[in-house]
Design a protein around this ligand. Structure first.
Ligand code: FAD
Length: 309
């Protein structure tokens, strides 16, 4: 895992623990998750979307949940993504949706997730909107890329996108394959625990690969979502786009809800497209743990909110 530390490993290991997850969830958003999670209900999340839209920020809504253990939960997640697409259309908001294949049933079977994802993509097409498949841990990478490619053959690239993680050695090959299809790709560094047999252990290599992947996509005229809070990377991408004459509507910056708000607004003021990844729902614990693992300082927000009451 890049930037590996005992702290990060421990937090991510605990995120997978179902007992801890249940106990923590009882404290609801009070533990400080409200900093990173917009709301527990779709309706309340839509209010936040409107606020962000009014500041010039676009949004992608993520209904929290992963690793659906039964088909009903997976179908429920697909229904929620579809409802979000309907509401976004009805309320004329500037927002897309993001989904996780494990939430749509990938661990129950490839066909289960494919069936659910198809419904969401159909809804995205009906509402002239877009659904992006988040990338999860490396055990799901191959199936995710394969399912994306299969749906691109049917639906094209206007309504569906994928995420590639720059920490994986395989990602350069994946990006070349996806670029050849004109795919819409979000590049991230990667948020899971991965061994150095498959992922760069050194953060400098993750960053260098990040820029390599973004440059390749932009040169191939693929719409690219540059998802990071790393200002050095953002500045390099801005410069690269200027030098290569890449129009600002060919790419967007993406950041997480609750992170680097002033940077988000500064980029909007400079005329860049910025989208905020905005999670909602009750299953916030694994997502929240990844945010803590990325930045141990976030733990202080949790402790502060505990002592405030
Ligand atoms: C829009 C979006 C979508 C994502 N989707 C996926 C996905 O599908 N799959 C996946 O594996 N990962 C995903 N990620 C997470 C990503 O992989 C990284 O773990 C995360 O973005 C942190 O890395 P960074 O690029 O900001 O760079 P870093 O080098 O980790 O951070 C750069 C700077 O950003 C700030 N920062 C970073 N993280 C935080 C935080 N949590 N809280 C406060 N400040 C922070 C810090 O100031 C830090 O110095 C996504 C990230 C974004 C922004």
């Amino acid at each position: 895992m890049p930037g590996s530390s005992l702290f990060r490993q421990a937090v991510l290991a605990l995120a997978g623990n179902r007992l801890i997850s249940r106990v923590v969830r009882r404290f609801g958003m009070r533990l400080g998750a409200g900093r990173f999670v917009a709301a527990e209900s779709l309706e309340a999340a839509l209010v936040k979307v409107r606020e962000m839209n009014s500041e010039g920020l676009m949004v992608t809504l993520d209904y929290l949940g992963e690793n659906a253990q039964d088909p009903q939960l997976a179908e429920e997640a697909a229904r929620m993504a579809i409802r979000a697409l309907e509401k976004i259309d009805e309320s004329r908001l500037n927002a897309t949706v993001s989904v996780k294949l494990s939430q749509l049933g990938l661990k129950l079977g490839y066909d289960e997730a494919l069936k659910n994802l198809r419904k969401v993509v159909e809804a995205a097409r009906k509402h002239r909107n877009f659904v992006r498949i988040d990338m999860e841990d490396s055990s799901l990478t191959e199936a995710t890329v394969r399912m994306f490619e299969r749906l691109v053959e049917v639906y094209g690239t206007s309504h569906i996108g994928i995420v590639i993680q720059s920490y994986l050695y395989r990602s350069e090959r994946d990006v070349r394959r996806l670029a050849a299809r004109g795919a819409n790709v979000r590049i991230v560094k990667g948020a899971y625990r991965e061994p150095d047999t498959i992922a760069f252990p050194d953060m400098r290599d993750v960053d260098a690969n990040y820029l390599k992947l973004v440059r390749h996509l932009l040169r191939k005229r693929c719409y690219t979502a540059v998802a990071t809070h790393d200002e050095a990377i953002i500045d390099t991408v801005k410069l690269f786009a200027d030098q290569e004459g890449i129009e600002r509507n060919r790419f967007e910056f993406q950041m997480l809800y609750g992170v680097a708000g002033s940077l988000q607004r500064r980029l909007v003021d400079e005329g860049y497209r910025v989208r905020v990844y905005t999670p909602f729902g009750r299953e916030w614990y694994p997502y929240f743990s990844r945010r803590i693992a990325e930045r141990p300082a976030n733990m202080f927000f949790v402790l502060k909110s505990l002592f405030r009451r």
